[in-house]
Write a protein that binds this ligand. Structure first.
Ligand code: ADP
Ligand code: MG
Length: 276
């Protein structure tokens, strides 16, 4: 599979107050291939949102490069091409919904891209179906649950036919049911081929990714499969991060002398290992 995102020696410095620059990212090197599902975790202030904003040219590197399908995000003429390829979904569903009717909201992106009306109607139908929200097409977004609103926000992005979804803590404001709806939707879309970059502080969500990137103080501290990352319980805790409950219990049982493999990261795997 081809490279979709290639980040080379990326650095980002914000001009802080009193000329006190804030170095938010340093030495970031990361390649994401088409079809991958990459989770990004890290404590508050570790640079996750700053990294996400680079993927969509919302901010530009102060050092190094960010290439999207080979296009440099610093190329001002290509910025709309990049934004069409990489759809962003943010934390607060209420800040992302712009219209008074669900279908109008989903149509907003393609309208801005200058897509013809008939084609927009087709895309709205398709996008709402992809997030299982067809029956709410004519509803007012304010009546929806948080999980439903996030799915409408995802549909709005899908209507622009992006190659990649970048979601920055999309479930942080949702209840457990809403979180599950959003994660299930994202997993299904990934299985259908869309690339996913998913920032979360819920470790149980990160476990579903193909690859986990751990950020710490503006750098990539660890990178690997969920099993490779989450078996390092002590290190993650030292960084101030949670670990999936199953991984933590497995580590505890190992300490008590119970033989369990290192790759237990989900409840199901733990149950199977304990009750073969
Ligand atoms: P995360 O999403 O992991 O919490 P951020 O990318 O939001 O991290 O922030 C990384 C660092 O950059 C933090 O120290 C934060 O205070 C700083 N930062 C973020 N946005 C700005 C901004 N607009 N101006 C100045 N500093 C910022
Ligand atoms: Mg953030």
């Amino acid at each position: 599979m081809g490279e979709l995102i290639k980040i080379e020696n990326l650095r980002h410095t914000y001009p802080g107050y009193d000329n006190q620059e804030v170095v938010a990212l340093t030495d970031i090197n990361l390649t994401i291939n088409q079809g991958e599902f990459v989770a990004i975790i890290g404590t508050n202030g570790s640079g996750k949102s700053t990294l996400a904003k680079h993927l969509n040219a919302l901010i530009l590197p102060t050092g190094g490069k960010c290439l999207i399908t080979g296009i440099d995000t610093a190329d001002a003429e290509k910025v709309w091409e990049i934004r069409q390829q990489i759809g962003m979904v943010f934390q607060n569903p209420d800040n992302q919904i712009v219209a008074a009717i669900v279908e109008e909201d989903v149509a907003f992106g393609p309208e801005n891209l200058g897509v013809a009306p008939q084609e927009i109607a087709r895309r709205v139908t398709e996008a709402l179906a992809l997030v299982n929200m067809e029956e709410y097409r004519h509803h007012g977004p304010h009546l929806l649950s948080g999980g439903q609103k996030q799915r409408v926000a995802i549909a709005g992005v899908l209507a622009m036919r992006p190659k990649c979804l970048v979601l920055d803590e999309p479930t942080a404001m949702l209840d457990p049911r809403g979180r599950k709806e959003v994660l299930d939707t994202v997993c299904r879309l990934n299985k259908e081929g869309i690339t996913v970059v998913y920032i979360t502080h819920f470790m149980e969500e990160a476990v579903t990714a193909h690859r986990v990137v751990v950020m710490e103080q503006g750098k990539i501290a660890m990178e690997g499969t969920p099993a490779e990352i989450f078996c390092q319980v002590e290190r993650l805790k030292a960084m101030g991060l949670d670990v999936p409950v199953a991984a933590e219990i497995a580590a505890y049982l190992r300490k008590q002398g119970i033989q369990l493999s290192q790759d237990i990261i989900s409840d199901e795997q733990l149950v199977v290992a304990l009750c073969p």
